[in-house]
Design a binder for this molecule. Structure first.
Ligand SMILES: [Zn+2]
Ligand SMILES: [Zn+2]
Length: 395
C-alpha cells in the first residue's frame, strides 16, 4: 500500500509542530474545566474556536448543543477525526478526553493545512457525552456521520495498541415504588421500595453463574430511602449489563429486567425500568489501524501487539464502527498499570509526557487520513475489509 507521498507526511509533522503549543494549552484548559456528559459548553466553544479559521463549523449538530461538525474541502472521500471532551463526576478528566479533543482537532487542522490539494473533505466531529450518554449513537441516528468514509480517533491509555476489543453494554434505571408508613408503629401498612431494590441486587447475583463468563452485571443504588423510621416509598438503582456482543447484552438485559419485576412482585411494590442507550461491540478497521501504527513507529513510538484478552470498557465508538470503517487505537500516556477512570489517570493526562504522545498521535492520525484521501486503492481496501470482517472479540 502506498498512501500519500512522504512529502505530505513531513508537512503534516511540521504543521503539528507549529500547533503544538496551542493544542497543549487547549488540552490543559479542558482539563482545568472538566464538564460532564452533554454539558461540555466550554470545550465545544474552545474546539470550534480553534477550527473556525480553517473549517466551516456547524454547532449543535444532531440536536446536541455541545456537538459540532467542522468541514473543509468538498465531495468524496470524507475522512473524519472525532473528538470526545466529557469528564467524569468527581474525578474530572480521569478518562483523558482532554487529549482526545486536542489531538483530534489537531489532526484535522494539520492535515488540512499540510495538504489542502488532496481530493475530498476533512471533517472534525465533536462527539459529546461518551461517558454513558451515547453522543455518537445520537449523532449517527441524526445522520451526522452520513457520507463519512472513515472515522479516526484515539484514546489515552497505559499501552500503545492499534486494535482493542470492547464490550457491548446497555444501561438502565430501575425505580421501585412502594408505600410509606411509620417503620415501627404501622410498618404493616407500608410496602418497602428498599426491600425491593435489595431483592433486585440479590436476585441478579443468583444469575451470575448462569450467564456467559465474559458478561458483567453491575450497578449502584442512588436512592435508598429517606429516614430510618419511614418505610421507603421510593428507591432507584442505576444498572449496566455488558457482554461480548449486543445480542447477548439484549438477552441479559431482558433477564435482569425480569429479576427487577420479580423483586417488585415479591415485595408488593411496582417497578419502572428505563433503558438507556446501548453501546455496541467494536469492529476496528485493521487496514487504517495499520497505517496509524506505521506512522507512530516512524516517529519512534513503540507499538505493541493487540492483546485481545481480558476485561475492557465500552464506548459509543462501537456503534460508529459497525456502520463505517473506524479506528480507536490506544496511546500510552502513563505508566503501565495506571488504572483508567482514576485520579491517577486525571493527573497523568495533564503531564508533559501525555502531551508529547498526543502530538505524535495527532501526526499519525493526520498522516493516515492523508493516505486515505490520496490513495483511492487504499480506501477501497479499507472498505473491503469493513465489508468482510466482523467485530474484534477476545480470544
Ligand atoms: Zn471513560
Ligand atoms: Zn474515555
Amino acid at each position: 500500500m502506498t498512501g500519500a507521498p512522504a512529502a505530505i507526511h513531513t508537512r503534516i509533522e511540521e504543521e503539528v509542530g507549529r500547533l503544538a503549543e496551542q493544542l497543549t494549552e487547549l488540552s490543559l484548559d479542558l482539563h482545568a474545566h472538566p464538564e460532564l456528559a452533554m454539558q461540555e459548553e466550554h470545550a465545544a466553544k474552545r474546539l470550534t474556536g480553534l477550527l473556525r479559521d480553517d473549517f466551516e463549523v456547524e454547532e449543535g449538530v444532531g440536536g446536541l448543543p455541545t456537538a459540532f461538525r467542522a468541514t473543509a474541502g468538498a465531495g468524496s472521500p470524507v475522512v473524519a477525526f472525532l473528538c470526545e471532551y466529557d469528564a467524569l463526576p468527581g474525578i474530572g478528566h480521569g478518562c483523558g478526553h482532554n487529549l482526545i479533543a486536542a489531538g483530534g482537532a489537531g489532526a484535522a487542522l494539520a492535515l488540512r493545512r499540510a495538504a489542502p490539494q488532496l481530493p475530498g473533505a476533512v471533517s472534525c466531529i465533536g462527539t459529546p457525552g461518551e461517558e454513558g450518554a451515547g453522543g455518537k449513537v445520537l449523532l449517527l441516528d441524526a445522520g451526522v456521520f452520513d457520507g463519512v468514509d472513515a472515522a479516526l480517533m484515539f484514546h489515552p491509555s497505559d499501552t500503545t495498541m492499534p486494535i482493542r476489543h470492547a464490550t457491548a453494554t446497555c444501561p438502565f434505571t430501575v425505580e421501585f415504588h412502594g408505600v410509606a408508613a411509620h417503620a415501627a408503629a404501622s410498618a404493616h401498612e407500608g410496602r418497602s421500595a428498599l426491600a425491593a431494590v435489595i431483592q433486585f441486587f440479590v436476585g441478579v447475583d443468583a444469575l451470575r453463574q448462569f450467564v456467559p463468563e465474559t458478561s458483567r452485571m453491575h450497578g449502584v443504588i442512588t436512592h435508598g430511602g429517606e429516614a430510618a423510621n419511614v418505610v421507603p416509598a421510593y428507591t432507584r438503582a442505576e444498572f449496566m449489563v455488558r457482554a461480548l456482543t449486543g445480542d447477548v447484552v439484549g438477552d441479559l438485559a431482558d433477564r435482569v429486567e425480569a429479576v427487577a419485576e420479580a423483586a417488585a412482585r415479591a415485595t408488593g411494590t411496582t417497578v419502572t425500568i428505563t433503558r438507556g442507550i446501548a453501546y455496541a461491540e467494536r469492529k476496528n478497521n485493521h487496514v487504517i489501524a495499520g497505517l496509524v501504527a506505521d506512522h507512530l513507529r516512524r516517529q519512534g513510538v513503540p507499538v505493541e501487539q493487540p492483546v485481545l484478552r481480558g476485561g475492557t470498557g465500552s464506548s459509543d465508538i462501537g456503534n460508529v464502527s459497525l456502520v463505517l470503517p473506524t479506528i480507536h487505537p490506544y496511546l500510552q500516556v502513563m505508566d503501565r498499570g495506571t488504572p483508567t477512570h482514576s485520579e491517577a489517570m486525571a493527573d497523568a493526562v495533564a503531564a508533559p509526557r501525555a502531551h508529547e504522545a498526543m502530538l505524535r498521535m495527532a501526526t499519525a492520525l493526520a498522516c493516515a487520513g492523508a493516505d486515505l484521501l490520496a490513495d483511492p486503492e487504499l480506501l477501497a481496501t479499507a472498505r473491503a475489509e469493513f465489508a468482510t470482517r466482523g467485530p474484534d472479540l477476545p480470544q
